[in-house]
Design a protein around this ligand. Structure first.
Ligand code: SDX
Length: 392
């Protein structure tokens, strides 16, 4: 009755956009960052190289990479007063809520990062957040574990430093395990960007109002938190643990997932775009076997996960709906083997997605895109006369 509004085809920035950063083909299970296959990048590049590639469009040479890393290190200090904000949270607060708040709070301590009027302004804001975000993530974990907040070790690599800041114990030397570093580096690469997903679209639309980069990223952290999005990696492990506690009866949970009267979903399965295997899930599944083998970790939930995957791939309900494992299905098993607590899994996703969010924000700002303004099809009431309360 309301009629249908024909959207003006010229209406710009309605939530979809042109982008040159990430290409994915959901039917064929293809994912490329700036034209490079995810399989090549995961095997041959390191995370900071991929971050540079996503943000600036080209793989860096050694000099460019070294300068990027040194500029990040030079900007990784976080104002001491931010520690008072960390301390104000209950130790049981979910790390994603803490991280989103701390990321937004950075604006107050770095006001120069709000008015972006040049590529130099942009670069300064980018190296600041690339340096400070891992510190905030580490402090978030250390708050939960009642450990002192510290800074990294400038002699370490970007990913090594993340582990060092999260797990170094006072008065003890922290020994980095190369298997752990390599596994985390690969996971971060696989999470680095994924075109216009929920959290990236959030960063772009908040950034399109010219709110600062840190405020835009804080909104992206909040969007990623949801269990249907980045929060799924935590939900997968909780689901697998529940199945294990329930005697490992995967068939029962397959039926629950198909029961329309049951809200239970097979977490880590399905995708808005991939209607084929998520290429990242393939790589992570292989890496899970390698990492757990190298670390000598026996995790019963890995065999439960593989059992669920096998059953789903043979089940009409899942096959017909093209529900395959996604990036979140196996990643938590590796994080757990690396000693990362479950409630930090989505923070690890955010650490990986940071350069993708930055790249997408930078692209939107460089293209001087107008403020985001999705349109709607109005399906509500037509015009009607007001009725006095005495007559309602
Ligand atoms: C990420 O967009 C991105 O790129 C995201 C991401 C990234 O890198 O940024 O890839 C990261 O968020 C991965 C997704 C993580 N989320 C989960 O694993 C949560 C579990 N999966 C879902 O809830 C679901 O599959 C979504 C949210 C991912 C997609 O939801 P949709 O678009 O609503 O799913 P759909 O419309 O394609 O579903 C089609 C059918 C429906 O049944 P019918 O109404 O047709 O009978 O499949 C069913 C759904 O009910 N279905 C599931 C299911 N996912 C979809 N049934 C059981 N278990 C599931 N997981």
């Amino acid at each position: 009755s309301a009629g249908v509004i024909t959207l003006d085809p010229g209406y710009k920035n309605t939530g979809s956009c042109e982008s040159a950063i990430t290409y994915l083909d959901g039917e064929k299970g293809i994912l490329r960052y700036r034209g490079y296959a995810i399989e090549d990048l995961a095997e041959k590049a390191n995370f900071l190289e991929v971050a540079y590639l996503l943000i600036f469009g080209e793989l860096p040479n050694k000099e460019q990479l070294d300068k990027f890393h040194s500029d990040i290190k030079a900007n990784s200090e976080v104002d001491e007063d931010v520690k008072k904000i960390v301390d104000s949270f209950p130790r049981t607060a979910h790390p994603m809520g803490v991280l989103s708040s701390l990321t937004s709070a950075l604006t107050a301590f770095n006001p120069s990062c709000v008015d972006i009027n040049s590529e130099e302004d942009m670069y300064n804001a980018i190296v600041k957040i690339m340096g400070k975000f891992p510190v905030l993530a580490a402090w978030t974990l250390r708050r939960r574990n009642s450990k002192p907040y510290d800074y990294g070790n400038a002699s370490l690599g970007y990913v090594e430093n993340m582990l060092y800041m999260m797990f170094k114990k006072p008065n003890e030397e922290y020994k980095l395990n190369p298997v752990v570093v390599d596994a985390l580096d690969k996971l971060l690469i696989l999470h680095a960007d994924h075109e216009q997903n929920c959290s990236t679209s959030t960063v772009r639309i908040v950034g399109s109002s010219h709110a600062g980069l840190f405020a835009s990223l804080s909104a992206g952290v909040s969007a990623l938190w949801g269990p249907l999005h980045g929060g799924a990696n935590q939900a997968v492990i909780e689901m697998l643990e529940g199945i294990k506690e329930d005697g490992g009866d995967t068939a029962k949970y397959m039926e629950k997932a198909k029961d329309k009267n049951d809200s239970f979903r097979l977490m880590g399965f399905g995708h808005r775009v991939y209607k084929n295997f998520d290429p990242r899930a393939k790589i992570i599944k292989k890496s899970a076997d390698e990492v757990l083998g190298d670390l000598g970790v026996e995790d019963p939930v890995l065999s439960i996960a593989k059992g669920l995957e096998k059953q789903a791939l043979e089940d009409d309900y899942f096959v017909k709906r093209k529900l395959y494992p996604n990036v979140d299905f196996y990643s938590g098993i590796i994080y757990r083997a690396l000693g990362i607590p479950t409630e930090m899994f989505t923070v690890m996703f955010a650490l990986g997605r940071l350069p993708g969010w930055i790249a997408q924000w930078r692209e939107m700002r460089l293209k001087k895109e107008p403020i985001g303004r999705p349109r709607q099809i109005y399906v509500g009431e037509n015009l009607r006369p007001f009725v006095e309360v005495s007559k309602r």
